[in-house]
Write a protein that binds this ligand. Sequence first.
Ligand SMILES: NC(=O)c1ccc[n+]([C@@H]2O[C@H](COP(=O)([O-])OP(=O)(O)OC[C@H]3O[C@@H](n4cnc5c(N)ncnc54)[C@H](OP(=O)(O)O)[C@@H]3O)[C@@H](O)[C@H]2O)c1
Length: 295
Amino acid sequence: MVTGANGLLGQKLVYRIKSLANAECIATGKGENRLIDQEGYDYYQMDITNHEEVNKVLKKVKPDVVIHGAAMTNVDACELDHESCRLMNVEAVKNLSKLCEELDIHLIHLSTDFIFNGKDGPYDESASPDPLSYYGWSKAEAEKIVQAMNGQWTIIRTVLVYGIVDHMSRSNIVLWVKGSLEQHKQINVVSDQFRTPTLAEDLAEGCFLAAMKEATGIYNISGSELMNIYEIACKVADHYGLDKSLIKPTDSHSLNQPAKRPPKTGFVIDKARKDLGYKPTSFAESLSILDQQMK
Ligand SMILES: NC(=O)c1ccc[n+]([C@@H]2O[C@H](COP(=O)([O-])OP(=O)(O)OC[C@H]3O[C@@H](n4cnc5c(N)ncnc54)[C@H](OP(=O)(O)O)[C@@H]3O)[C@@H](O)[C@H]2O)c1
């Protein structure tokens, strides 16, 4: 079962799992199913903050594994609306983890590099959380809840995910840069934040491998190339032959966003490579994959 099935990760997971002969895929999301292909899996409307609804669906379906991708993921919105963020990212996880314990379900929970302060990235799985934002705090709290579970749990941490999905509800770094430059818009992009950007298909594959191998504990799943966001934007411009001079390097302070971002995160992914056989796609190759998907 996938939660947040309309999201960036959720959609990739549904398409991945439904392609298997020996697995049954249950997609759940808030509101209508927005995937173009609606065959080969069941879809349930399930608001993860509605505990009664979640209890009903899980007890009916009794999945072996729940991959929990639903979350309030807009970092600035979380900073401005603590209560909604807490309900989505903390309280919903409390309920879900309790149910998974009760029904003996393997919970695969998604987390983020934003649980770290960004002073000493790239991080491995043993690094200590020290979030700078409310979003980061909420995800760190959720991790504590999952880690205290009396049952099978996995935490998959990831970084700056990009990709293309059906009827996208939110953009991501690659599409934002490409779209802006195509419209000849000047964009300010930070050069003091470092990340290991992650192709959405790679993240889905990491979750899928953890489920199939019944791997438990914490796993970092991200790309392998550490770059600052300005560099990422320039690579996107180069790839699509767009005007790089429209990209203006700036710093986090000048952007003045509501939520603080960790300066240098990025992940060490050796554990996932070794235990799961995870193989990230290079950034250059990922852009070529996106080209194919846009045709
Ligand atoms: N994207 C990143 O760069 C990134 C980085 C690090 C970690 N993560 C983590 O990875 C996970 C997946 O992220 P993503 O990129 O796939 O995010 P996403 O595209 O924003 O997907 C999140 C999904 O959650 C759904 N949702 C929101 N409120 C809900 C509710 N009350 N009940 C059920 N579903 C609800 C959203 O529905 P709607 O589509 O209808 O709004 C959306 O489909 C999250 O846990 C996130 O924190 C993401």
